[in-house]
Write a protein that binds this ligand. Structure first.
Ligand SMILES: [Zn+2]
Length: 130
């Protein structure tokens, strides 16, 4: 549905300010998806792990710093260690995925809010026939 001033039922009135605000917010959220930045579908986390070598200091201490990628494959949760050389790239890709997920959630919330407000508008705006 479009609310352009040159077409449709709402053309005779100016769009309400709240609707304009919602559309601006939606445009900003959609712009998030136009970025070409790489992302990885999964959770990148930095943890401490044990190498398994007997007598290694990690058996007593906090463990070696590691980066892990948790992801789902065929309905199962999988975990991969990230090589040192890939860590910076994967850290960014994981952060980017989080941004995209947030944008999706915000878009869904915005959509629900807009529908609620539009339904109110329709309910109140009807012709009173007596
Ligand atoms: Zn160790």
């Amino acid at each position: 549905m479009k609310y352009d001033t040159d077409q449709g039922e709402m053309s005779t009135k100016k769009r309400p300010a709240w609707l304009q605000a919602l559309e601006q917010r939606r445009a900003a959220l959609l712009a998030e998806f136009a970025h070409e930045e790489a992302f990885v579908v999964g959770t990148v986390s930095e943890v401490r792990g044990r190498c398994g070598k007997p007598g290694c200091q990690c058996t007593r201490g906090p463990g070696h710093p590691q980066m892990r990628l948790l992801y789902a494959e065929g309905g199962r949760r999988r975990c991969k260690l990230v090589r040192k050389a890939d860590q910076a790239r994967l850290r960014r890709a994981g952060a980017r995925y989080r941004e995209l997920k947030t944008a999706l959630r915000d878009l869904a919330a915005l959509q629900a809010r807009q529908l609620r407000l539009l339904r109110q508008l329709v309910r109140k705006g009807g012709l009173r026939y007596r």
